[in-house]
Design a protein around this ligand. Sequence first.
Ligand code: KG4
Ligand code: ZN
Length: 340
Amino acid sequence: MKTILALETSCDETAITILRGRDDHSHELLASEVASQVAAHEKFGGIVPEIASRNHLIYAPRLLDRTTRAAKIDLSEVDAFAATSGPGLASSLMIGASIAKGLAIGFCKPYLAINHLEGHLLSPFFCGADCSGQIKPNLSLIVSGGHTMSVLVRDLAHYRLIGRTMDDAAGEAFDKVAKILGLGYPGGPEIERRARSGDPTRFDLPRSMPDSENFSFSGLKTAVRYLLPKIGEQLDGRVLADLCASFQQAIIDVLVTKTMAAAKKYRVDLVTVSGGVSCNEELRRQLHEACSRKGFEFKSAERWLCTDNAAMIGFAALLRFQAGFESQVTEEIDPNLALA
Ligand code: KG4
Ligand code: ZN
């Protein structure tokens, strides 16, 4: 049995998880806490790094206390300490990594530096008590606020980047378009809510780079901006819902088409999706439907594991620890850490 304590502070969520893995590769989440800073950044329409890191410093010690009490364990019982070491905001990554390293040194236990994207990528396999811990080969679509990429996964730690965004990430496009439309931050949930009652065929928006394995969403955002003056004063509830639905469908079409093409080209049986944008019910539904049509198995991360959290970092750390990986405490954080 191995107990992992993991911190995630790559962006604006402070999160800590205590996860216990058994020898049969099942795992039990003993405690998981997230302190969201959305309210602190909302009025700026985006994340302010200085505010994020100060808040991590305030929240992390409190969460550490709360998670150990909820898990009913003492820090001395933890077998390894892990933290996200990149990619992300340098001043935010530093806080979580420093705490994990300090604990590892203080308790003479191993430290594991975890790539945030590997956390997302493995999150569809997080399944608790009846988990085999086996990472089946798959085509992984990671769609978050900072990243959009498709990755060919052969096994744990065997990843090959297939496509990535050339400009905005899918979540970033949701956030920027929400800002243009005067909706709140983060934009994804708000656009999804309005899109539910909208007509996705009302506005003809671009699907960029159709023949490439890479993605591009900034043209879509610009198209929405240019459309607004043409719509004029009538941006009422109905038109706004149609615009949100049309925009959301443009993103979904691109993600589904490219994912299906990559899954076929690289001959996998399984397609997985993770990251904040994969909270989107319509994206999950359409990806699932496309997979069923083309004969691929489909696995999405549970909704609570889609947006940033420490459980996915703890899970990646546990799988790595069980497989014999360990990091040096001298290993530095890397804001641009690559996955593959
Ligand atoms: O994975 P995440 O929490 O953070 C990053 O690693 O970037 O993703 C946050 C992103 C935001 O851009 C947010 O707008 C988007 O995920 N998001 C959604 C939905 N919920 C969150 N996008 C579309 N539909 C949603 N329901
Ligand atoms: Zn993320």
